[in-house]
Design a protein around this ligand. Sequence first.
Ligand SMILES: NC(=O)c1ccc[n+]([C@@H]2O[C@H](COP(=O)([O-])OP(=O)(O)OC[C@H]3O[C@@H](n4cnc5c(N)ncnc54)[C@H](O)[C@@H]3O)[C@@H](O)[C@H]2O)c1
Ligand SMILES: O=C(O)C(=O)C[C@@H](O)[C@H](O)[C@H](O)COP(=O)(O)O
Ligand SMILES: [Zn+2]
Length: 361
Amino acid sequence: MTEVPATEIAVTGETEYTITVGRDILDRVPAALGERVAKVLIVHTPTVGKIASELRESLQSRFQQVLLAEVPDAEAAKRVEVAAFCWQIMGQADFTRTDAVIGLGGGAVTDLAGFVAATWLRGVRLVQIPTTVLGMVDAAVGGKTGINTTEGKNLVGAFYAPAAVLCDLSLLETLPRNELLAGMAEVAKCGFIAEPEILDILEADVARATDPGTPEFRRLVELAIGVKARVVSEDFKEGGLREILNYGHTLGHAIEHAERYQWRHGVAISIGMMYAAELGRMAGSLSDEAVERHRRILSSLTLPLSYPAGRWAGLLATMQRDKKARAGMLRFIVLDDIAKPRVLAGTDESVLQFAYQEIAQ
Ligand SMILES: NC(=O)c1ccc[n+]([C@@H]2O[C@H](COP(=O)([O-])OP(=O)(O)OC[C@H]3O[C@@H](n4cnc5c(N)ncnc54)[C@H](O)[C@@H]3O)[C@@H](O)[C@H]2O)c1
Ligand SMILES: O=C(O)C(=O)C[C@@H](O)[C@H](O)[C@H](O)COP(=O)(O)O
Ligand SMILES: [Zn+2]
């Protein structure tokens, strides 16, 4: 097979860094860390422990100290106690402002590692190495970092730019299929809000589109990162435009909370997008065909489209804490058409509930 060169996607504007997509690119980590760094903390889950140990081995001759912080898997990593565990390791190793953190893992780990890097000494160098599709196309690439609290998802965090992001597609070889498909929800999201080519590729041949060895898959990853990079370059701290990346997340985050964070993020967001599509049809101008397109694409990825009918009141209460809400008023991202997102605010609660009935089982 001919070697495809790595692709570099730039984030510019308020903050500048490069996202590299390719295969077997971890030899770029020392350059990403830079000359000034002496100590490195690699934050990772047990599921990628082997990669973490190999990475540590490869860095040890170049840096004064390379430490591992193995954290609990998935959402259990995004807790203040786990951040404190990482701070403790850094404190005991006398980490200074010229030292660095590497986030190696899925979106939960890169969110945590980013938050630890943002808060240690008010900010140390951060290199993100996502190992899930979702991390590569979304969580690790946009500078949103954070942890959950009992009250809700990502309620504590910081906007903090990485120095570099390395998306090494060869790391996806061990990723379970259901995780890969959950990550495709965020890829589809980028298609719905901004990049119809993504939807065309998914519709043309979903098997090839979800096979990490195909050019179609790589194209999807690069297109989705391109959407995120363009939006983040224009609005890093979510003053406005960036809210479009939250398509499907108002209800999706409430579902994750209701499910006590046992559901995959992408799975909850799939239902959230179906809800947002119904809301776009009822309160806006989204066509029946565009709503059907959501249904077809998400179900071709074997993602769920509905949620139990009796849960509305609890979900509504959780949605009040959504970061997009203003003065108690819920705001949703909806579409007027594919690739035409906008904010929907002040919608009557009966309309919100009516749209929910459309996706309720
Ligand atoms: N910061 C952002 O902008 C942003 C964007 C989207 C999602 N997120 C967050 O990302 C999280 C979801 O990320 P996720 O879907 O990657 O979930 P995850 O981090 O929980 O990873 C999913 C599972 O895959 C395992 N895994 C990871 N890489 C693997 C590999 N290469 N081989 C085998 N197993 C592997 C993990 O251990 C975990 O069990 C959520 O917390 C979500 O809120 C953040
Ligand atoms: O990058 C963004 O901005 C997003 O909204 C991307 C989302 O996919 C992601 O799940 C993000 O973590 C949600 O952020 P939040 O601000 O709603 O917590
Ligand atoms: Zn998301």
